[in-house]
Design a protein around this ligand. Structure first.
Ligand code: NDP
Length: 479
């Protein structure tokens, strides 16, 4: 298999010296492409390209930048099907989910195109002075390291606010899913983004990723991934006095009260947990249901889960694709073994690798419901990235909130009820960055996204995000 022609943008494109790594389809094990194994030198070249391009880009008007986004969004929508297939092939998710992620990327570009005209400073009256102004300046070179679970959407969240604010950028995709990111970057170029403004370096996190964070010319790093990796990124960034945004793990609780609409709570739990084969930072990872309705809720949930079809994401009838990689599959298998052998939990449905033609070639696992899990189980404590849902019964709202807040994470949480008092109490007392009421998982570039505690700090999206990518210069003028 020949490596794709256009892998790395800017000067680093010529510099890989032929050393590549494989990108494989997690549903079939087939080789999809080979991409350059970027080194520290490639990262330096990409940063040099971003540096050379910075002045020109910073001096274009935000509206001009926005128009490039607008054109790129149109091209992405035109090529949605091709991009969705590519995303499914490298990531594993069902085609319908891939389509909606590609649309999500286009929508992010459109949102930031709209925000372009809101970039402005202030006039500030100061006693005893002539005039005081604040002017917003781009930071310079910004960078992001992104994961494999939602590569297109997360790429949009990282690059769009930085570029619209006049910064140049270096992106390091996850090594399992660089292909959609590379294609989206080439579409931005096609839409008019000049060379050197968005650079992509493919390569291992420990080398390419770390050298990006270490490089003194990078002024801001935005990272999404595991909390442990995020801490390493924060450590390295601190010594270079860089700005950092960390979107890390989550273990979102879903609270189902006794007055909830059971049908919609069941549908919400299925989508919330099994979307993207359970590999979303804001997936429902712990479900707390009031004991008075637990039996009926679990019966309905079990029936719904048994209807889900596991398979290759390209197959139209598939509801759940494979896990993205062997590490994830082994992790999930290990947890299930522990539930059975050590925790004393009960597997309601699922719990094994499914059997269908070709299932041994991919990283498939059945959607699994577990009850009777002890409070100290890893299933309730860790960020479980996979199709495993522990269900815990609670007597009331107080107990549900206490259990929900026990986690080291605090990304999202949802409350399912018709009672406004419970909504108010939940919104006040749940310790999370995002709280959904009678839904879970919905995200949008219009609103801030991010967590508390070990889920990280800083927010993505929403109108305030631009200040994360701008410096404020104060000008005191006396005439
Ligand atoms: P990582 O945090 O290791 O990977 C995320 C990104 O960081 C990838 O681009 C990776 O590169 C890069 N990276 C890895 N090590 C370093 C480093 N030392 N310095 C800089 N960048 C680095 O997550 P994994 O892919 O290993 O997944 C493991 C677990 O992380 C999952 O089971 C899940 O729990 C959690 N996770 C959470 C996500 C979230 O959105 N909250 C997203 C993905 C994972 P490379 O791909 O080359 O290793």
């Amino acid at each position: 298999m020949v490596a794709m022609k256009m892998q790395i943008y800017g000067k680093a494109a010529d510099a890989c010296g032929g050393e590549c790594f494989d990108v494989k389809n997690p549903a079939t094990g087939e080789l999809l492409e080979q991409v350059p194994r970027g080194t520290e030198d490639d990262v330096s070249l990409a940063i040099e390209a971003a540096d050379l391009a910075f002045e020109g880009w910073a001096s274009t008007s935000p509206q001009q930048r926005g128009m490039i986004f607008y054109r790129a969004a149109g091209l992405v929508r035109q090529r949605k099907e091709e991009l969705a297939v590519l995303l499914t092939q490298e990531q594993g998710k069902p085609l319908a989910e891939a389509r909606s992620e590609i649309e999500g990327f286009a929508h992010v570009l459109e949102y930031y195109c709209g925000l372009a005209s809101s970039l402005r400073g202030d006039f500030v009256p100061v006693p005893g002075n002539g005039y005081a102004f604040t002017v917003k300046k781009p930071l310079g070179i910004c960078a992001a390291i992104i994961p494999w679970n939602m590569p297109a959407l997360i790429m949009g969240w990282k690059i769009a606010p930085a570029l619209i604010s006049g910064n140049t950028f270096v992106l390091k995709p996850a090594s399992n899913t660089p292909l959609t990111n590379l294609t989206l970057a080439s579409i931005l170029n096609e839409a008019g983004l000049p060379a050197g403004i968005l650079n992509v370096v493919t390569g291992p996190g420990e080398t390419a990723g770390e050298s990006l964070v270490r490089n003194p010319n990078v002024r801001k790093i935005s990272f999404t991934g595991e909390s442990r990796t995020g801490k390493r990124v924060a450590e390295l960034a601190a010594s270079g006095m860089k700005r950092v945004t960390l979107e890390l793990g989550g273990s979102d609780p879903m609270l189902v009260c006794d007055d909830a609409n059971l049908e919609s709570a069941v549908a919400g739990a299925i989508r919330g947990r099994f979307y993207n084969c359970g590999q979303a930072c804001t997936a429902v990872k712990r479900l707390y249901v009031f004991e008075s309705i637990a039996e009926e809720f679990i019966r309905k949930l079990e029936a719904g889960v048994k209807n889900l079809k596991v398979g290759n994401g390209l197959d139209k009838t598939t509801n759940i694709g494979p896990l993205n990689n062997r590490h994830q599959l082994e992790y999930i298998k290990g947890l299930v073994a522990e539930i059975e052998e050590k925790d004393g939990g009960r597997i309601i449905t699922g719990g094994k690798v499914p059997e269908f033609k070709g299932s041994d070639k991919g990283y498939f696992f059945e959607p699994t419901l577990v009850s009777d899990v002890p409070g100290d189980s890893r299933l309730l404590k860790e960020e479980v990235f996979g199709p495993l849902l522990p269900i815990v019964t609670v007597k009331d709202m107080d107990e549900a909130i206490e259990e929900a807040n026990r986690s080291i994470y605090g990304l999202g949480a949802s409350i399912w009820t018709k009672d406004l008092d419970r909504v108010r109490i939940g919104c006040e007392q749940l310790n999370a960055g995002i709280i959904w009421v009678n839904q879970h998982l919905k995200v949008a570039p219009e609103v801030p996204f991010g967590g508390v505690k070990e889920s990280g700090f800083g927010r993505e999206n929403g109108p305030d995000i631009l200040s994360e990518y701008l410096d404020t210069r104060t000008i005191m003028l006396k005439t």
